[in-house]
Write a protein that binds this ligand. Structure first.
Ligand SMILES: [Zn+2]
Length: 113
């Protein structure tokens, strides 16, 4: 009879340990903001948080670096080019080296006169 009782306690203990391990993993993946909400709620709250924010958060984290290439307008011709392909000359952005040279050879300011 004691053995049976011990088995039940062991079962609950293992369940509690598994829960704790999963929570630790979630905190490591989601960050401090999600951990704060998870610890505030009880078991039911954490289940909901895992279902809603777990998958969405991961997808957003993976998608952001690919989109971080803003378009920049060429000063000479006005064409929008990705930031990684643009050329910066004297603080002005150009789509190609040829337009940078043209812009420099045709100064619109008063320095030319
Ligand atoms: Zn251009």
């Amino acid at each position: 009879m004691r053995n049976f009782f011990f088995l039940i306690v062991l079962f609950f203990l293992s369940q509690w340990l598994l829960k704790k391990l999963r929570r630790a993993n979630e905190r490591a993946q989601q960050g401090d903001a999600q951990a704060g909400t998870a610890s505030a709620g009880n078991a039911g709250g954490t289940r909901r948080a895992r279902a809603t924010s777990g998958g969405g958060n991961g997808a957003a984290a993976q998608g952001t670096p690919q989109l971080a290439d803003p378009l920049i307008r060429c000063v000479q011709c006005g064409v929008h080019t990705p930031r990684s392909e643009s050329i910066v000359v004297a603080g002005e952005r150009f789509c190609c080296a040829d337009h940078a040279r043209r812009h420099a050879s045709r100064p619109s300011g008063r320095d030319a006169r």
